[in-house]
Write a protein that binds this ligand. Structure first.
Ligand code: HEC
Ligand code: HEC
Length: 345
């Protein structure tokens, strides 16, 4: 869709830049790039699991497409991301999958657990991985492997998930996989080098401050038939503008809608003055789970500061009216359709 380049507040990155962004995360890795010698008895059909040590094969990891997704997020939702995994780039989404056995106990994840993370963007409507670093995994290897890293082995996979491009323990990415993932246990719900999933994103006032720099997906005085008196719709001269923070947040229906971190702001102008600002943020986690994890906001028209927020804002009327947009002819995941949105139009 040529629309992307036209509408994005910044144009999509060319492939070379994407590759370069992730190279930083992988290229400095100390991973050997080749699989460790297979111990005797490994037929190659699957990983070796001696009971105490599990050496994941490419086939083991490639199964992730059949596992459940435990997280879908966009932008810098987890403060620990820093610049890793394209965290600060609002054009990139992340989706995390885990194997059935990856269930932690008080002593951590069992040997054989695997978690896989996809980092991707969209170009002309096509899901696109950066040249490197699009698919990462961590597999609980155990034995005497990477003791300071909880026995986890870190893996970088080819974008189709079929090949292991690099693997290692304490040496992987010069120790940065170990070092950053250590902080996972300090987050509520995180443990044993694995961050909490699903992650809950509670927006701060600063998240809304510069909303006029985001992608404008509606700018109209036309009164939607679903407004029913809300959002100053009784004033036929009121201008309703809608800004989307992450233009490429895709309400992928198979994964419960918009990624956690998605922010949409609606501004209403009457006689040239802003008279109402409302927002919706995909908070996720266990928040407002009856309504797909959305948090509703009213913002101060003068300062954009938060005036009110919550799951049941306006006595549940935000939830109630926006639930109309769950119907695919009207919208997706509580967000109404807008012609300038690349996915929900
Ligand atoms: C600067 C911090 C940082 C570094 C460095 C880092 N990660 Fe992560 N990683 C995170 C955060 C935060 C998450 C969870 C949030 C998210 O995915 O958005 C995560 C998630 C993951 C996940 C999904 C499981 C989980 O813990 O959530 C895998 C797999 C993963 N990273 C692999 C790697 C590998 C392999 C490396 C090294 C090549 C690496 N990471 C380096 C911060 C980091
Ligand atoms: C009676 C229906 C109704 C109620 C109640 C309502 N909205 Fe909306 N809202 C709409 C419609 C329809 C649109 C899209 C069309 C338009 O903006 O003209 C919309 C658009 C929005 C948008 C832009 C994203 C989108 O779905 O298009 C935000 C943000 C928003 N509303 C926030 C809120 C908040 C916060 C509340 C509660 C305080 C609320 N709305 C209550 C009908 C409603």
């Amino acid at each position: 869709m040529a629309l992307h380049g036209l509408l994005s507040t910044k144009p999509p990155l060319p492939p070379v830049a994407l590759a370069f962004g992730m190279m930083a995360l992988v290229a400095c890795g100390g991973g050997s790039g080749s699989a460790p010698a297979s111990p005797a008895g490994n037929t190659g059909g699957g990983g070796t699991n001696s009971g105490t040590e599990f050496i994941a094969s490419a086939q083991d990891v490639a199964k992730y497409g059949t596992w459940s997704a435990v997280d879908y997020s966009i932008g810098g939702t987890n403060p620990a991301l820093g610049s890793a995994h394209m965290g600060p780039d609002n054009a990139f989404s992340r989706r995390i999958f885990k194997s059935a056995s990856a269930v932690p106990s008080s002593s951590g994840y069992p040997v054989g657990s695997i978690l896989v993370k996809e980092t991707f963007t969209w170009q002309n409507g096509v899901k696109t991985f950066p040249a490197t670093g699009g698919v990462f995994a961590m597999a609980k290897r155990g034995g005497t492997f990477n003791p300071q890293g909880g026995g986890w082995e870190w893996l970088a996979l080819s974008n189709d998930g079929s090949q292991i491009m690099a693997r290692g323990g304490a040496d992987m990415m010069s120790g940065m996989c170990n070092a950053c993932h250590t902080s996972a246990a300090a987050q509520t719900g995180g443990s044993d080098f694995v961050f909490p999933h699903p992650f809950e994103y509670a927006a701060a006032a600063t998240d809304f401050a510069n909303y006029r720099n985001w992608s404008l997906i509606q700018d109209t005085t036309t009164v939607s038939p679903y407004l029913g008196g809300a959002h100053k719709s009784s004033d036929s001269t009121a201008v309703r503008r809608i800004y989307k923070k992450q233009l490429l947040a895709n309400p992928d229906t198979a994964q419960a809608g918009y990624p956690v971190g998605t922010i949409v702001v609606k501004e209403i102008q009457q006689n040239g003055a802003v008279t109402e600002i409302t927002a919706m943020v995909k908070r996720g986690g266990t928040f407002n789970s009856a309504n797909n994890g959305w948090e509703w906001f009213t913002l101060d028209p003068a300062t954009t500061g938060i005036m009110a927020r919550g799951a049941d804002l306006m006595s549940g009327m935000c939830n109630g009216c926006h639930s109309l947009a769950k119907t695919s002819t009207i919208g997706a995941d509580y967000v109404f359709k807008h012609p300038l949105d690349p996915f929900n139009h």
